[in-house]
Write a protein that binds this ligand. Structure first.
Ligand SMILES: Cc1ncc(COP(=O)(O)O)c(C=O)c1O
Length: 370
């Protein structure tokens, strides 16, 4: 089986991370670390300032990954009966969690373009706003949409948030992986937004350590105490020390992954577009080519189920990311290496199991059905 399903990157972490974690254990950083490691919080504040928002460690809360960042943000804000708007399609961890707080997710469809790309639809967002709207969940860049919201679109969202008095839950998990050449634009910097935005980030994708469970939340000075008070597991202290070293000294690793991801995306997008009935726009950000397969005559679910059964390649049907606006598209996670890679994976690179092989299998499947 070749899985292109979950967003769990293949990369093996550099040794200095293991050494930092090991050293933290050796010197006794195995006790409570109430409120999070102060050095790490300072490093996170410094890291985020590169996007143009000057923050301080007091505005940062450490979490056990992106999911907890989202959950903690919701816990701080949502009450029973509230509504959270989410785009459709959008990451299910963000769209399903409001229900835990008795809140309802209301979907605003993204607009599917002719090339299969899901774009921002201002009207759909406006139509989704009601007197119960407490927040908007937006992943920037989007998963699975690959949509990157630049300053212009963030301004539209910010104006609506200010006018209708709601919070923006800004999931900024993939800010290091933008393919348009633009820098990430932080919505928290717009007028009136500092105490209206809660930023969720994680090392999960940025540093390829899904299983190390480390993330954080950044909020303006008025909101931050509420977010910090919301219960959560946080990250263990030794892992926080590894995170500190990664953020401080490990940026080359991010740059190397960035280069490799883009090669994979460009390769997969080309291969998918060459298949009959498949249209695959290059994502603007994140690492999930999201291909429109309606031209093959199969639904996205039939496509994914058939692909798995007949060729042992796993992918994710787009219809599951919301109420169904993403139906007809299939998400392919770029977590398999190309055969010319020089970066190590946590598994052995075997012939027949690389990204090229996955694409060969998908092509065979499409040719036999389309
Ligand atoms: C947009 C987005 N936010 C958050 C997460 C959750 O990350 P974590 O595994 O750190 O909980 C993911 C994971 O796929 C994601 O795609």
């Amino acid at each position: 089986m070749i899985s292109l399903a979950a967003g769990d990157p293949n990369f093996l972490l550099p040794d200095y991370i293991a050494n930092a974690v090991n050293n933290a254990i050796k010197i006794g950083q195995t006790h409570y670390c109430f409120g999070g490691d102060p050095e790490l919080k300072a490093e996170i504040a410094k890291y985020y300032s590169k996007y143009g928002y000057e923050t301080n460690p007091g505005q940062v809360a450490i979490t056990a990954g992106g999911s907890e960042s989202i959950f903690k943000s919701y816990a701080a804000i949502l009450d029973e009966g509230d509504e959270v708007i989410a785009f459709d399609p959008a990451y299910s961890g963000g769209t399903m969690a409001p229900a835990y707080f008795g809140a309802k997710t209301v979907y605003a469809n993204l607009k599917k373009r002719d090339d299969g790309f899901f774009d921002f639809d201002e009207e759909a967002l406006k139509n989704a706003i009601s007197s119960k709207t407490k927040g908007l969940y937006v992943e920037n860049p989007g998963n699975p949409s690959g949509k990157v919201y630049g300053k212009k679109e963030c301004k539209v969202i910010a104006d609506l948030a200010n006018d209708h008095d709601f919070i923006v839950f800004s999931d900024e998990t993939y800010t290091e992986y933008i393919w348009t050449g633009a820098d990430h634009f932080p919505i928290i910097t717009l007028p009136g937004m500092e105490n209206r935005v809660i930023v969720a980030q994680a090392m999960t994708k940025m540093f390829a350590w899904a299983g190390m469970r480390t993330g954080w939340v950044i909020a303006g000075p008025e909101l931050a105490p509420y977010v910090q008070r919301a219960p959560g597991a946080g990250a263990s202290w030794p892992i926080q020390r590894g995170c500190l070293v990664g953020l401080r000294d490990g940026y080359q690793f991010v740059l190397d992954m960035r280069k490799e991801y883009e090669e994979r995306i460009d390769y997969a997008v080309k291969r998918l577009n060459d298949m009959p009935g498949v249209k695959c726009p290059k994502p603007e950000g994140a690492f999930y080519p999201f291909a429109d397969v309606t031209g093959t005559g199969m639904t996205c679910t039939e496509f994914v189920q058939g692909l798995q059964k007949e060729t042992k390649v796993r992918a994710v049907p787009g219809g599951g990311y919301g109420k169904g606006a993403g139906a007809g598209s299939v998400r392919f996670s770029m977590i398999r290496p190309l055969s010319n890679t020089t970066m190590l994976s946590w598994f052995e690179h075997k012939e027949g199991m690389m990204l090229e092989d996955a694409m060969d299998r998908i092509e065979k499947f499409v040719l036999s059905h389309a």
